[in-house]
Design a binder for this molecule. Structure first.
Ligand code: MSP
Length: 663
C-alpha cells in the first residue's frame, strides 16, 4: 500500500506581488512533493494565500480598492505565477473562502467548548507588519522586524496558551524532529521555557477577518485564522472530512525561519486545545538575500520570478535555488551567480552530456541504444559503481532535505561520465569499422547513456521540464510514469529508439544578466519590483503607512492603475513581410530587448515591408495572443487610424532604447 504524504507551504500574504523569496518555499515543497509522487506515495501538496488582517486591509486602502477586490487580484497573481512556473499544488486555499471561514469557526468553537478561550481586554503594542502582539513599551519598535509598533486597546478574547507550556516542552524534547533544524528547535525551547503568557486571539477595532462565532463584532486573530488553513483545506469543520481523515496530520509544514514561533508554539497549542493530532514536523528554511538583506517588499529589494523564467526558464531557477542555497541557511541571490551556475552545471554539464551522448548514438548507431560488450574495462565498471552509489546517496540526501548536496552528488556523476567520454574518445572509435572498435564504442555510449538516464531520473523532481525532455530523447517516453523506487543501473533497454535530439539548455551569454537586470528595473515603474534607492531607507513600510482614502474616479475616466495595465513598449522591427492572401496584413518580427515577438499588423496598405526594417515602433506588449490568417500575433502595433485614411505608425523624434516602457 502506498504511504500518504502531506506537505504545506506557508500561505502567502497578499499585501504585495509574489517574488522569488515566496517562489523559493514553493519550489522546495514542489520538489519534495514531486519526489514523493515519483516514489509512489499518495501525496497532497497545499499552498494558498493569507488574506485577512489589518496589514492587508491597509494595503487595500492604500491601493484604493476594497479588501476583497484587492485580495482577489493579488491572490490570482500568486496562482497565475505558480501555474506559469509549472508548480503542482493539489490545492490552493484562500482564507477568504467560505470553506476556510467555516473551518476556522469550527476550530474556535471546539477550543472554546474545551474551555481554553476567555474574554478580556488587551492594552499593549502590536506590530501590524508581522501581525504580532509585542511585549514592549509604547513607542518601542517591533523586536522582530524593527518597524514601529502601534498601541492597541480593545476588548478581546484570550487563548489559554500558558496551560500548554509543559506539554510543548515535552513535545520538543520527546520528538526532536518536530522542529527542524535543531538550531530552530533550541530557539523555540528556550522561548517556551522562558514562560508562556495567554495569547490574544481576536481583534475588535477593525473588521477584515473572520467573525468570532457568537460575537461577530470581533474578528479572529489573523494568525489563528491563517494557521488553521492546514486543516480547513482538508475539509475540517465541513460535512466532508474524508481528506482530513486521510491526510492529517501533515508530514511537513515548510516555513521560513521568521515564522517559527507561530508554527511551533501557537499552532500545536491550538491543536492540543482542540484535541487534534499534531503535525509530524515543522521545517524552517533560511532567507533568500538580495543585496545582502532579506528579500522583501518593504525593503524594496525583490526580484520577480517572471524575469528569470522569461530569460532562462523555470528549471534554471529551481536548480539554482536548490543547488546554491544550503537548505536551512540564508543564501544570496545574484543574477551573475544564476547565469554562472546555469552555464556551468546545466548548459555545459547535464545539457552537454545529453547532447554529445545522444548525438553520437544517432551518428554511429542510427539512433538506437547500442549493445554493450561483456568485456568491461575498469573505467566502465567504475562508472556503473559510481552510478549505483549516486542513486543511494542522492536518495538519502534528498530525504534529509540536503538538496544542495544531493545535486552536487548527482553532478559528480555527470563530471565522471564527461571525463570517461574524453578518455575513451568515442569519436575516434567511431571512425573505425573493425569489430573490436565497434563493440568498444557501443559500450562507451551505452555506459554514458545509462548514467545520463540515472541523473535525469534523480534530477526530475528538481527540473521537471528539462528532464522530461531528456527522458523522451532517450526514447523512454513519459518520465511522469517512471517509478523512482525501481531506479537501478542497467535498465536502459538495448535497441531503444531515441527520440528527436535537441539542446535542452542553450548557453546563456553575458547579455542574459543585463536583460534580467533591465527587466527588473523596468518593472519598478509598474510597482512590481525593486524600488528606487531612496525608498529603501524610507522609515515606514507601505504596509504600516497610514491608510489613504480611496480615490473616487469620475464616470468615463480610468484610474492610473487601469492605464498601467496596458504595457506599451518600444520595439524595433527586425523582419517584415506580406501575409499571403491578405492585402492589409504584414507579418513582423520585433525586438523587445528581452525577446523577439511575432506580430501581425494591418498596415500593409500604408507601408512597404522593407521600409520598416530597423524602425522603432510602439507595441502593446501584454495583449493576449490571437491568430490572424493562421499566424499568431503576440501584441499590437500602435498607429493613428484617420477616418478613411491609412494607418500612421506612432514613432519618436528622439532615439529611445528598445524595450522602454511608455507611461
Ligand atoms: N502569511 C504568513 C504565513 C502564514 S502561514 C499559516 C506569512 N506570509 S509571507 O508572505 O510574509 O511569507 C511567507 C513565507 O514566504 C515565508 O515564511 C517564507 O517561507 C517565504 N519567504 C518570503 N520572503 C522570503 C525570502 N526573502 N527568503 C526565503 N523565503 C521567503 O508570513
Amino acid at each position: 500500500m502506498s504511504k500518504k504524504f502531506y506537505i504545506t507551504t506557508p500561505i502567502y500574504y497578499v499585501n504585495a506581488r509574489p517574488h522569488i523569496g515566496h517562489a523559493y518555499t514553493t519550489i522546495v515543497c514542489d520538489t519534495i512533493a514531486r519526489r514523493h509522487r515519483m516514489l509512489g506515495d499518495d501525496t497532497w501538496f497545499l499552498t494558498g494565500t493569507d488574506e485577512h488582517g489589518q496589514k492587508i486591509e491597509r494595503a487595500a486602502q492604500a491601493a484604493g480598492k476594497t479588501p476583497q477586490q484587492f485580495t482577489d487580484e493579488v491572490s490570482a497573481q500568486f496562482r497565475a505565477l505558480w501555474n506559469r512556473m509549472g508548480l503542482t499544488p493539489d490545492d490552493f486555499i484562500r482564507t477568504t473562502s467560505e470553506r476556510h471561514q467555516q473551518g476556522v469557526q469550527a476550530l474556535w468553537r471546539k477550543i472554546r467548548d474545551n474551555g481554553f478561550i476567555y474574554k478580556g481586554t488587551y492594552t499593549g503594542q502590536y506590530c501590524v507588519s508581522d501581525e504580532l502582539y509585542v511585549d514592549a513599551e509604547p513607542g518601542a519598535p517591533c523586536p522582530d522586524c524593527g518597524r514601529p509598533t502601534e498601541t492597541v486597546h480593545e476588548e478581546n478574547y484570550y487563548f489559554k496558551l500558558s496551560a500548554f507550556q509543559d506539554r510543548l516542552i515535552r513535545l520538543y524534547t520527546e520528538q526532536p524532529d518536530f522542529i527542524r533544524p535543531e538550531t530552530r528547535r533550541n530557539e523555540v525551547l528556550s522561548f517556551v521555557r522562558g514562560g508562556l503568557r495567554d495569547l490574544s486571539i481576536s481583534r475588535s477595532t477593525f473588521s477584515w477577518g473572520i467573525p468570532v462565532p457568537d460575537d461577530p463584532k470581533h474578528v479572529v486573530y489573523v494568525w489563528m485564522d491563517a494557521l488553521a488553513n492546514y486543516i480547513t483545506a482538508l475539509g475540517y469543520g465541513s460535512n466532508n472530512t474524508s481528506k482530513f481523515e486521510k491526510y492529517w496530520p501533515a508530514d511537513v509544514h515548510m516555513i521560513g525561519k521568521e515564522i517559527v514561533r507561530f508554527h511551533c508554539v501557537y499552532w500545536p497549542a491550538f491543536l492540543l486545545a482542540a484535541g487534534l493530532p499534531l503535525p509530524k514536523s515543522i521545517t524552517a528554511h533560511g532567507w533568500l538575500l538580495f543585496e545582502e538583506s532579506k528579500m522583501s517588499k518593504s525593503r524594496g529589494n525583490i526580484v520577480r520570478a517572471e524575469t528569470i523564467v522569461d530569460v532562462l526558464g523555470t528549471d534554471a531557477l529551481r536548480y539554482f535555488l536548490l543547488r546554491e542555497v544550503v537548505f536551512g541557511q540564508d543564501g544570496s541571490f545574484s543574477f551573475d551567480a544564476l547565469v554562472q551556475r546555469y552555464n556551468s552545471d546545466l548548459a555545459n554539464g547535464l545539457g552537454n552530456l545529453a547532447s554529445r551522448t545522444l548525438t553520437m548514438i544517432n551518428r554511429y548507431f542510427k539512433g538506437e541504444v547500442p549493445y554493450p560488450s561483456h568485456a568491461h574495462t575498469p573505467a566502465d565498471v567504475a562508472i556503473a559503481a559510481a552510478a549505483k552509489k549516486t542513486i543511494a546517496d542522492c536518495g538519502t540526501l534528498f530525504d534529509q532535505y540536503q538538496f544542495s548536496r544531493a545535486l552536487e552528488t548527482a553532478w559528480g556523476l555527470v563530471s565522471a561520465v564527461d571525463k570517461y567520454i574524453v578518455e575513451n574518445e568515442p569519436w575516434s572509435l567511431g571512425d573505425k569499422q573493425d569489430e573490436e572498435s565497434r563493440s568498444r564504442l557501443a559500450t562507451v555510449l551505452y555506459t554514458s547513456a545509462e548514467a545520463l538516464r540515472i541523473v535525469t531520473a534523480l534530477a526530475h523532481p528538481v527540473m521537471p521540464d528539462a528532464t522530461a525532455k531528456i527522458w523522451a530523447q532517450l526514447g523512454l517516453g513519459d518520465i511522469g510514469k517512471f517509478d523512482l523506487t525501481e531506479l537501478q543501473w542497467g535498465q536502459l533497454h538495448l535497441g531503444t529508439k531515441l527520440g528527436e535530439v535537441q539542446a535542452v539548455f542553450p548557453r546563456a551569454d553575458k547579455s542574459a544578466v543585463d536583460r534580467m537586470q533591465k527587466m527588473e528595473v523596468q518593472s519598478v515603474g509598474t510597482g512590481e519590483a525593486r524600488q528606487p534607492a531612496a525608498s529603501q531607507t524610507a522609515p515606514a513600510s507601505p504596509e504600516v503607512a497610514p491608510a489613504k482614502p480611496a480615490a473616487t474616479i469620475p464616470d468615463g475616466k480610468i484610474s492610473i492603475d487601469d492605464f498601467a495595465k496596458v504595457e506599451l513598449r518600444v520595439a524595433q522591427v527586425k523582419t517584415a513581410e506580406r501575409v499571403k492572401g491578405a492585402d492589409k496584413l504584414l507579418r513582423l518580427e520585433v525586438d523587445l530587448g528581452t525577446e523577439i515577438r511575432q506580430l501581425v499588423a494591418g498596415i500593409a496598405e500604408a507601408y512597404d515591408p522593407e521600409t520598416l526594417i530597423g524602425r522603432k515602433v510602439v507595441i502593446v506588449a501584454n495583449l493576449a495572443p490571437r491568430k490572424l490568417r493562421g499566424l499568431e500575433s503576440n501584441g499590437m502595433i500602435v498607429a493613428a487610424s484617420p477616418e478613411g485614411g491609412k494607418p500612421v505608425l506612432a514613432s519618436f523624434l528622439e532615439d529611445v532604447p528598445v524595450g522602454t516602457r511608455l507611461k
